[in-house]
Design a protein around this ligand. Structure first.
Ligand code: SF4
Length: 299
């Protein structure tokens, strides 16, 4: 995998105060992959140290009142030029920065308050189709696979993995792909990210997302109550039985516990080989019908 990284995450002293945001997970990812570092603010001609800046009314403004928007946008353009040449499979950026933040940034009042929205470099890279992620959304590197949260703009992947998740017994013909548009399946992905139980982790190998686990409080077959998220998980066929699914499940259980959920549930066809894996990560059968087990994991 080729990655492009905010230079401060790699330990370069390019931060506004002359320090860095050294991040061990990023360093591990860099050691295992081809990596390029960039600091958009330095590339835009700003010195280090420099006066901190935030985006206010659409313009990047320094704390002393100077408008530094042109320098920030010049740096973003240079990063885009580098990304265009290097074609990184993933861009890992420093959260909340007016240049590098992907999901959030400071609100322009220099009071520590945050707003949803990206910094100018992250925004430009995402508009041009580069897959960008805040460094804090990297979860783990597992046997050469990166486990991370879903990037902004990747929600459509859930449809692909939902289709892969449909269990097909031996000798039965696979259904048409359009099956995922049925109302009882749309609940797994529609408006994903808009509710408190919506969480997704993916496994990425090279340029490709090869597996996904996601949770949602929804009225699916695994629903037990309105406080318990249900699981969906699937891997591309060639990546099954390599321990990736187990690792994705364990990381998701930790994530759910971390955000305060008490348990998680799922429904699985009795004949599905995954029943054993679910038991191994802590799920217990609490109910069953003719075809399925309903399983719960206490967190
Ligand atoms: S512009 Fe990006 S890379 Fe440079 S110091 Fe700020 S957050 Fe780090």
């Amino acid at each position: 995998m080729k990655i492009m990284v905010s230079a401060c995450l790699a330990g370069e002293n390019c931060k506004y105060n002359g320090g860095n945001n050294r991040n061990e997970k990023v360093l591990q990812l860099m050691a295992d992959n081809e990596a390029i570092t960039v600091c958009p603010e330095q590339l835009g001609g700003l010195p280090t140290p420099r006066v901190p800046s935030e985006i206010k009314d659409g313009l990047v403004t320094a704390k002393d009142g100077r408008i530094v928007d042109a320098q920030f946008r010049a740096g973003a353009a240079k990063c885009l030029e580098i990304a265009g040449r290097e074609r990184p499979d993933l861009v890992v950026l420093q959260p909340r920065s007016p240049s590098c933040g992907v999901k959030q940034r400071y609100d322009g009042t220099f009071s520590g308050r945050l707003v949803d929205g990206a910094g100018v470099t992250a925004q430009l890279l995402m508009e041009e189709g580069f897959r960008c992620i805040d460094a804090e959304d990297l979860i783990a590197v597992h046997k050469g696979f990166l486990i991370r949260k879903l990037c902004v703009g990747e929600s459509d992947l859930l449809k692909d993995f939902l289709y892969e998740a449909i269990f097909i017994s031996e000798g039965v013909k696979a259904p048409a792909r359009e099956i995922v548009e049925r109302p009882e399946l749309r609940i797994y992905y529609e408006d994903f990210g808009s509710r408190s139980g919506d969480h997704c982790l993916v496994a990425q190998a090279g340029n490709q997302v090869v597996g996904a686990v996601w949770t949602r409080i929804m009225n699916d077959y695994g629903h037990v109550d309105d406080e318990t998220p249900s699981f969906a998980i699937s891997l591309l066929p060639e990546y099954r039985n390599k321990g990736i699914g187990t690792r994705l499940m364990k990381e998701m259980l930790l994530l759910l516990k971390g955000v305060g959920f008490k348990r998680a549930s799922l429904a699985v066809q009795k004949a599905n080989y995954a029943v054993r894996m679910y038991k191994n990560v802590g799920f217990e059968i609490i109910d069953e019908n003719e075809e399925e087990f309903i399983m719960v994991c206490r967190l």
